[in-house]
Design a binder for this molecule. Structure first.
Ligand code: NAD
Ligand code: DAU
Length: 352
């Protein structure tokens, strides 16, 4: 029975949903959120569970080996669910080095500390690495899907760093016998998503009557999954996934960017009481992303067949919920767009 779990990146978008799910569903676990609070880390995302007795926050940079070693020594975790990462493709094109530091070196630091701690007693221990479908590269419009057997072919510095971290995880399993499991998920959407990513950026711009930037011709395809369904998959895989295995997670929900944006505009027109078609006037085609992957599509049949996971809602339902959350949480979006949220730590935990 796993007792103490490190969840890294728990102040970010997906990590906050994983923390909430685990802190709520597993009152007997001790959940330690390890996060250094980059621009993407926001403790307000988990405000609602911050005072629960089974939850604790530790401000730590995973690329700092000594800091991580100290925390492994202090808490002696039985499990690690590793989400901390630099996650935005456009930023990786501007500054690849921080992606290498956090995603590659940071992952290696965690793996090494787990290996040392669990060396004599790996029974019941688990290192869960949360990865992305982008490691598989890009698909054509040919009806094929990424499976767990698809050869790695990352294109962006972000996906190259995630691919590298996946290889390190498997290397620690094969070389040292570290008990690991990996999942590769498609594009997530939902509440608390930082508004540099397509869906929250578009929602915010539509609300404020600002142009919606669509890269290239908007023909690129992504496979969208509601973030709470990803958190549910992580829960299932963490507890029941096979040691050393990989699981693909996806919504079987492919959308061309331009079609998605048009749907979002229509939902927003309805919610904001604007005439239908009004928000679509904000669509602005801009220069394409360098090396822009054409299409992602995940085959998650292994996870569905072996562990019984399935997405819980349709894209239309999930988008409605997401839009409602953003419209109801104006303060959150104001704080993250102004950068004000970055004072949260000092206000609540004191200056370091
Ligand atoms: P995010 O950018 O919203 O959050 C990342 C979190 O990691 C932040 O809280 C940040 O402060 C923290 N962090 C960054 N560098 C750190 C460091 N050096 N030390 C400690 N903490 C650090 O990311 P997200 O979208 O929630 O993604 C979480 C994980 O899921 C990532 O590993 C990502 O690759 C993977 N993933 C994301 C998606 C998606 O659609 N967002 C899909 C599949 C997989
Ligand atoms: O597939 C999983 C990945 O999904 C995760 O591993 C990444 O962490 C996550 O950021 C996401 O990557 P994408 O690059 O697919 O997400 P993003 O929201 O940045 O872009 C989605 C699509 O929309 C992509 O084709 C680029 C396009 N786009 C994006 C932005 C920010 C636009 O057309 N305009 C924009 O302004």
């Amino acid at each position: 029975m796993v007792k103490t779990i490190f969840i890294t990146g728990g102040a970010g978008f997906i990590g906050s949903h994983v923390i909430r799910r685990f802190a709520t569903n597993y009152p007997d676990y001790k959940i330690i959120n390890l996060d250094t609070l980059t621009y993407a880390g926001n403790l307000e995302n988990i405000d609602d569970i911050a005072s629960q007795p089974n939850y604790k926050f530790e401000k730590a940079d995973i690329s700092d080996f000594k800091a991580i070693e100290r925390l492994f020594d202090l808490y002696k975790p039985d499990g690690v669910i590793h989400l901390a990462a630099e996650s935005h493709v456009d930023r990786s094109i501007t500054d690849p080095f921080v992606f290498v530091r956090t995603n590659v070196l940071g992952t290696c630091n965690l793996l090494y500390c787990a290996k040392e701690l669990w060396r004599d007693n790996p029974e019941g221990k688990r290192f869960y690495h949360v990865s992305t479908d982008e490691v598989y590269g890009a698909l054509e419009f040919d009806g094929t899907f990424f499976t767990e057997e698809t050869k790695y072919a990352p294109h962006s510095p972000y996906s190259a760093s995630k691919a590298s971290s996946d290889h390190f995880v498997r290397a620690f399993h094969d070389t040292y016998g570290l008990p690991v499991v990996i999942s590769n998920c498609s594009n997530n959407y939902g509440s608390h998503h930082f508004p540099e990513k397509l869906i929250p950026l578009a929602i915010n711009n539509i609300k404020n009557n600002k142009p919606i930037p669509v890269y290239g011709k908007g023909e690129n395809v992504r496979d969208w999954l509601f973030v709470e369904d990803h958190a549910a998959a992580i829960d299932i895989i963490f507890h029941r996934g096979k040691n050393g295995d990989t699981y693909n997670i996806g919504g079987n929900n492919e959308w061309k960017n331009i079609d998605l944006i048009r749907l979002l505009c229509d939902i927003m027109d309805r919610k904001l009481g604007r005439p239908q078609g009004e928000s679509q006037k904000l669509i602005t085609f801009v220069a394409d992303r360098a090396g822009h992957d054409l299409r992602y599509a995940i085959d998650s049949s292994k996870l569905q067949r072996e562990l019984g996971w399935a997405p819980s809602l349709t894209f239309e339902e999930g988008l409605e919920k997401t839009v409602d959350w953003y419209l109801a949480n104006e303060k959150w979006i104001k704080n993250v767009t102004s950068g004000e949220y970055q004072d949260y730590y000092n206000k609540h935990y004191g200056q370091l």
